[in-house]
Design a protein around this ligand. Structure first.
Ligand SMILES: [Cu+2]
Length: 123
């Protein structure tokens, strides 16, 4: 009986770890449109939250990276498809404006590609 309980607890712990690392960080947010510009605030703290931003093609997209840490990993953010490489000041919000001209999924990442997120552009 005790062994069974330990087994159940173990399986639950593994399930939780999988959920935490693979499911939970994938927070989807659709950029809010106001006056023709889509806007989304992404908090930067050991990762990007939301990590997936949905936006529409052909409309300016304003990404506000709100960096809540000074860990060197998140010093820079790179969005290679848009030719963006920007330094994010600790405990400050950095505004990055891009205009997606094509539909698709575009990655953004820290300078070392450890922290990752995506921009999903719908046509
Ligand atoms: Cu990094």
């Amino acid at each position: 009986m005790l062994q069974l309980l330990i087994l159940i607890a173990g399986v639950a712990a593994i399930a939780w770890v999988n959920w935490y690392f693979f499911m939970a960080p994938k927070v989807f947010v659709t950029a809010k449109a106001s006056g023709g510009t889509q806007e989304v605030t992404i908090s930067v703290e050991g990762g990007y939250s939301p990590s997936v931003v949905r936006a529409k093609k052909g409309q300016p997209l304003r990404l506000i990276f709100d960096r809540k840490e000074k860990a060197p990993c998140s010093d820079e953010v790179v969005i290679s498809e848009f030719g963006v490489r920007r330094f994010l000041k600790p405990f400050e919000a950095t505004v990055i404006d891009v205009t997606p001209t094509e539909a698709g999924t575009f990655e953004f990442a820290c300078g070392m590609s450890m922290l990752r997120g995506q921009i999903e552009v719908e046509g």
